[in-house]
Design a protein around this ligand. Structure first.
Ligand code: FES
Length: 256
């Protein structure tokens, strides 16, 4: 444990904890956009800015990816912090004025926004999809492209590596604006995500199409088990296990 000060309160805290998570535990509100507690911090939106005292000077820093250190002095509200958060929100609003999430966030942070019912499904480059794919699903089918000195002047975007994708839909689930969508493609036999069409596997018992085949193949590879073991839908699996339980009961009563 280390000693720190946050908003004038002295306390002991665990070294390595981020300022954002410490603030969360103390119920100090800090706005965020690109942060999710299940994913590694990304530090892209800069809405979570706070100030840390270095010598006699206060320095702005993003709280989601800054760990606390011994004797750190932090403040989470000041005119400089409010100005910085507002500027970051203004920039986002300038880029994505049609996205409701951005409009609402910007308005909360003091940006004057035009009232609108529009809700366009823009990619706001929050990186949730890339991190979910990499860190939760462990597939790496998404990556940031056109970033860094090798791509001067090119806007960053999310790149899709179709060969690695298993059509699990986790990126669509994590996307906060609905930019990524997984939808039926024509009929229930196929799904489309990121413009790639995937075949849905048929349950070996009822024949219902229940999961993308690529996803089942991935699970089979990962678990080191035959694909056949994954080719049963949840309803049939449950029915099978009920039958097994009944059989076991019969066996027990016969041998009692
Ligand atoms: S939430 Fe910290 S930079 Fe986006």
């Amino acid at each position: 444990m280390i000693h720190i000060q946050i908003d004038g309160r002295s306390m002991e805290a665990k070294e390595g904890t981020t300022i954002l998570s410490l603030a969360g535990r103390l119920h100090i509100p800090i706005p965020t956009l690109c942060f999710h507690e299940s994913l590694s911090p990304f530090g892209a939106c800069r809405l979570c800015t706070v100030e840390v005292k270095r010598g006699k000077k206060w320095e702005l820093t993003t709280s989601c990816d800054t760990a606390i250190g011994p004797e750190m002095v932090i403040r989470t509200d000041s005119p400089a912090i409010r100005k910085s958060r507002k500027m970051a929100a203004e920039l986002l609003y300038f880029k994505y004025p049609g996205t409701k999430l951005i409009r609402d966030t910007a308005e909360k942070l003091g940006v004057r926004v035009k009232k609108s019912q529009e809700n366009s499904r823009d990619c706001i480059l929050c990186g949730m999809c890339v991190r979910t794919c990499r860190e939760v699903v462990e597939v790496n089918a998404l990556r940031f492209e056109d970033r860094g000195p090798d791509h001067p002047g090119e806007p960053p975007r999310i790149g899709y590596i179709g060969d690695s994708c298993i059509c699990c839909g986790a990126c669509a689930f994590a996307c906060p604006t609905g930019y990524i969508r997984m939808e039926p493609y024509g009929d229930e036999n196929r799904r489309v995500i990121w413009d790639r069409v995937f075949e849905m596997a048929a349950c070996r018992i009822c024949g219902r199409r229940f999961a993308p085949l690529a996803q089942l193949e991935y699970l089979s590879r990962k678990a080191g088990l035959p694909l056949a073991q994954f080719m049963t839908c949840i309803s049939c699996r449950e029915a099978e296990s009920q039958t097994r339980m009944v059989d076991e009961k019969d066996w027990i009563s016969c041998h009692a």
